[in-house]
Design a protein around this ligand. Structure first.
Ligand SMILES: C[S@@+](CC[C@H](N)C(=O)[O-])C[C@H]1O[C@@H](n2cnc3c(N)ncnc32)[C@H](O)[C@@H]1O
Length: 490
């Protein structure tokens, strides 16, 4: 008899090769490898009660089949198992049906249903009319696709009380709603929901309805779906419906071989920091990082500092952009103007160096002063995600400056920071400590103003001290930023 793993891997690989990119993108269709499916199945605690398993967006059924394989191998003494698998793509129906039929036939008592229908549409209707099925277990790798405000998917998600921006979070919201109390949901999903404004309602939905039991990280961002061009960083998360929140198990490994898997437990307040109004989910990968006393830190509000996105959106003001500074214009700062944490303006590049004054532009200007700029988009090659640079009044002869939209700007009510605070922020934001803190909650290279607001900062006195020290140093490098910042973190 051919092993299940072999059958599923063969089918997955031929799908990966034979299916067009258009088809995959349309259905958000990237199948889970057998080793990942096996790992996901291994997370559920054993039970001796009837199992009702939901697999929404089931593909060829890898997740359900590996779950059944585990139950059989470990001889769980369950009276019965029922599987509900959904997939809207009619092309996978036969394979899905065959795989689930074959796996479930090994149980003494089992039945299954395959729904070749839209999971969100069907279940949101049933949920609204309270005629929905409920489940004890959910295993899922949902489709990933942005959903627009007025789309039917958004409306379906609303039926479950969730306002969300992507199919994967809508699927998870629906699955959580269909899970019975104390039931488990194991999902492999992009990490993007852990931070950012758009996923805040989804994080709140999870916190309201579930306990977070386990989070698994892949250390390299592209390793979970290595046979497909999927560059999203993915995590595996296990939730328990309406259960008490205790410690959270964190595990991580490099790729889907799960070789060298490390795991440890962290208290929940390391995942969700107390008083974090944005409800970011932090995922520590090193045991020591969260162990310091966070109360010694301030936030930007305490420092009376603000951070905003650079207000000049250049493509909306094309006719005002100038290659070189001229009369009646102001310096316009882009990322290309930041070199070695300082300003290097003007630059010979494709980007403009100035923008003509106009009523619209004048409203967006900052007076000459001390500012700290952090690029919103770092490249994948850059070793650090948070890269901060200093602007000083001596950098320009002009009275005003304009900041382009790909930058985050630290300021005090749209005017200058104090000199020491500006230097202090440059040192602090460039420290390895901050880079590690950032990576706790973000898997992408994008750095938004909300993310920067959510980082810890030293108190005013310590930050000014850092600033004075950095100012007295001529050569800035990573060692210096780390050496000076250590005084605060230790
Ligand atoms: C990321 S794939 C994962 C497949 C499978 N769970 C696995 O892990 O290999 C997501 C699946 O969801 C299906 N899908 C997309 N939109 C759907 C919808 N609205 N309802 C049901 N299935 C959907 C796609 O056809 C695709 O097979």
């Amino acid at each position: 008899m051919v092993a299940l793993s072999e059958t599923l891997e063969k089918e997955r690989m031929s799908h990966a090769v034979e299916t067009s990119v258009n088809h995959k993108e349309f259905f958000g269709q990237y199948f889970t490898s057998y080793p990942i499916a096996k790992f996901m199945s291994s997370l559920f605690p054993a039970t001796d009660k009837k199992i009702k398993l939901l697999d929404p967006g089931a593909g060829i059924g890898t997740l359900s089949c590996s779950f059944m394989e585990r139950v059989l191998k470990e001889k769980w003494n369950i009276p019965e198992i029922h599987i509900s698998a959904y997939d809207i793509d009619k092309d996978v129906y036969n394979t899905l049906d065959e795989n689930i039929a074959s796996s479930s036939s090994a149980f003494k008592k089992s039945d299954y249903e395959i729904f070749s229908e839209d999971f969100l549409e069907k279940t949101s209707f049933e949920y609204t009319w309270k005629i929905n099925e409920t489940y004890t277990h959910v295993i899922m790798n949902p489709p990933y696709k942005k959903i627009l405000t007025n789309s039917k998917e958004r409306q379906s998600a609303r039926a479950f009380g969730l306002e969300t921006v992507n199919l994967y979070s809508a699927f998870m919201g629906a699955a959580i709603s269909l899970t019975e109390d104390n039931g488990y949901i194991v999902a492999i999903v992009p990490r993007s929901f852990c931070n950012g404004v758009y996923y805040k309602p989804f994080r709140e939905f999870i916190l309201k309805n579930c306990a977070i039991k386990h989070i698994h990280l892949f250390e390299s961002r592209d390793k979970a779906f290595k046979d497909e061009a999927v560059l999203q960083e993915n995590i595996i998360i296990m939730l328990q419906k309406n259960a008490e929140q205790g410690n959270v198990k964190i595990s991580y490994c490099n790729d889907d071989s799960f070789i060298g898997l490390s795991e440890f437990d962290v208290p929940f307040n390391e995942i969700l920091h107390e008083n974090d109004s944005e409800k970011y989910f932090n995922i520590p990968t090193k045991q020591q990082i969260g162990n310091e006393n966070l109360t010694v830190y301030s936030n930007l509000k305490d420092l009376n500092v603000k951070v905003s996105t650079g207000p000049i959106v250049d493509f909306r003001m094309k006719n005002l952009l100038l290659k070189d500074y001229a009369e009646k214009s102001v310096p316009l700062i882009y990322s290309v103007h930041l070199k070695n944490h300082r300003l290097s303006w003007p630059q010979e590049s494709k980007k403009p160096n100035a923008i003509l004054e106009s009523d619209e532009v004048n409203k967006q200007l900052f007076p000459k002063g001390f500012y700290v700029l952090v690029k919103r988009f770092s490249t994948k090659e850059e070793t650090k995600r948070v890269v901060a640079s200093l602007i000083t009044p001596a950098d320009f002869a002009q009275e005003n400056i304009a900041f382009e939209n790909h930058l985050n700007v630290f300021h005090v009510n749209k005017s200058s920071l104090s000199e020491n605070i500006a230097y202090g922020l440059v040192c602090w934001l460039n420290s390895t400590y901050i880079d590690e803190k950032f990576r706790l909650f973000s898997g992408h290279t994008q750095v938004n103003a909300t993310d920067l607001r959510n980082l810890p900062y030293p108190n005013t006195k310590d930050l000014e001290k850092l600033g004075k020290q950095l100012k007295s140093e001529e050569k800035w490098n990573q060692n210096l930023f780390d050496k000076l910042s250590k005084v605060v973190t230790e």
